[in-house]
Design a protein around this ligand. Structure first.
Ligand code: C5P
Length: 477
């Protein structure tokens, strides 16, 4: 059995140990024995000086690729350079491509951006410290290195690359990079003189020999006044595309050559020029499906009612207001191989909508005459010729979810229904999570029900697109 000499441990670890031991009223040796014992039994004890973090804030657990949705996970290491501000935009560009992002900031990076900003944009805890007892009690740097599908370093500074080329591991970022068994993508950024320095050239050549991918740097103006040359970090979108190419190689595009038509969001039915009737809908689920279908290689047309969301990258978006406009755009977008109706279309509109703003008057309340809107899903499902081979509806219900969804499947004559519970207590409306059941009409006329666990709307989208891909494959076999 090897003996452990505390004297020979790293100074920072010794300092941490002394702090814990003092807080617990033990000797350092006794503290080490307890930590090791707890570790072996899987019950690590937190340091008194640093409260144990809640499970969500502690070191990450393996969540990628997500076993159900297959959403990839990226560890984004932000190095210390002026381009670090662009790394914040990169988080968004990666997330809009449906990747989980977990950020690690070097101490130099924190001179340019804050862990708070990176954490807020990634919706994950941000990691900064190799000696953080909250995440290191179970070797968090090893898990950060491995519980992901890709490590992106942006900006990759000259110093960080030099450390990588030499195999240093004296801070969290370099320790993760040394422990990594996943692909690494570097986005170098530095002054052109630093980039062209023989030392940097040697280091980059070594890293490329080691199998590490790079994107950029680009030529252009530097932060330093009047300087230009090669050294600008690649743009966030370029880096995100390069990451996507590594994570989703082009051949893994099961919906390539397929046209997917999607409706999303609410419709607004005017009462007069300033008032309207609408259903509550953020459009998030439909937009997430559009992005997932695009990622799966499909040509995507998204017909969206008024929402507060950015158009998904690479998707043809038709913006509409009313149900009748939505139907017209859907019909114009045919033919389609798959049609997914995720919009919360208003069932009625006002027949006698005013051309001027209705005024309050002593004469009493305005008399609104309602008329039924076209049912877009039912209309497309019943088309005699141009009906898409796979038509999917949504059933957002507040009670009797499965029964109501089955009735809708039959009444609207679609092939699948995604049923979700939108009773107020679920927080689904406007939120980021969804609990769904997929009802599919089988060849023998029966209805199969597949209940998925609670997922984010991105995960629901990825899972649905995965199901569509297998259906398309089976249908063409
Ligand atoms: O009847 P209900 O609105 O609950 O039906 C939900 C499904 O029908 C959704 O897929 C929705 O997009 C679609 N729908 C439609 N046109 C309507 C009403 C609903 O496409 N006018």
């Amino acid at each position: 059995m090897a003996s452990l000499t505390i004297r020979k441990l790293d100074e920072a670890i010794k300092a941490e140990l002394r702090l814990r031991a003092a807080g617990n009223g033990r000797s350092v040796e006794e503290e080490v024995r307890i930590i090791l014992g707890e570790l072996i039994q899987g019950r690590p004890e937190a340091a008194p000086s640093s409260p144990r973090l809640p499970p969500s804030a502690a070191a990450p657990t393996r969540n990628s690729p997500d076993p159900v949705s297959g959403i990839p996970s990226v560890t984004l290491i932000i190095g210390g350079g002026i381009a670090a501000y662009k790394a914040l935009d990169l988080i968004r560009r990666l997330k809009e491509r449906h990747m989980h992002v977990r950020c690690v900031l070097t101490s130099a990076a924190q001179q340019f951006v804050t862990p708070l900003a990176a954490g807020a944009l990634s919706h994950e805890r941000c990691y900064t410290n190799l000696f953080d007892p909250g995440s290191e009690f179970d070797a968090g740097h090893i898990r950060l290195a491995r519980d992901c599908d890709l490590i992106v370093v942006a900006p990759a500074t000259a110093d960080l690359m030099a450390k990588m080329a030499q195999g240093h591991a004296d801070d969290l970022a370099s320790a993760i990079l040394l422990a990594a068994d996943k692909p690494i993508l570097l986005a170098p950024a530095m002054n052109p003189l630093m980039w062209n320095n023989p030392a940097t050239r040697r280091n980059v050549a070594q890293l490329v020999r080691d199998g590490i991918a790079t994107i950029g740097p680009n030529a252009g103006e530097m932060a330093e006044a009047g300087e230009a040359g090669v050294g600008r970090m690649a743009e966030p979108t370029e880096i995100a595309i390069a990451a996507e190419r590594i994570l989703r190689p082009p051949q893994v595009q099961p919906l390539k050559g397929k046209h997917v038509l999607i409706t999303a969001g609410p419709t607004h039915e005017p009462i007069d020029p300033v008032r309207y009737i609408a259903n509550r809908s953020s459009g998030k689920q439909g937009f997430a499906i559009a992005a997932a279908a695009h990622a799966a290689g499909a040509e995507v047309t998204l017909v969206s009612g008024p929402v507060d969301l950015d158009d998904p990258a690479g998707v043809m978006v038709k913006h509409v207001e009313s149900a009748r406009e939505m139907l017209a755009q859907v019909e114009a977008a045919l033919p389609a191989d798959i049609a997914i109706f995720a919009a919360a279309v208003a069932d009625w509109r006002v027949k006698n909508a005013g051309s001027q703003k209705l005024k309050k008057s002593a004469g009493g309340l305005p008399q609104l005459e309602m008329i039924e809107n076209p049912d877009i899903l039912a209309t497309i499902s019943r088309l005699p010729f141009r009906r898409p081979p796979l038509v999917i509806g949504f059933a957002a219900e507040t009670e009797h979810l499965i029964d109501n969804a089955k009735i809708k499947l039959t009444r609207k004559r679609c092939d699948w229904i995604v049923a979700n519970d939108v009773s107020p207590a679920t927080g689904v409306m406007g939120g980021d999570r969804n609990t769904v059941h997929l009802l599919t009409r089988e060849a023998d006329g029966t209805v199969a029900i597949d209940s998925w666990p609670v997922m984010t709307k991105d995960e629901v989208a990825a899972t649905l697109v995965g199901r569509i891909a297998s259906h398309v494959k089976d249908a063409s076999a």
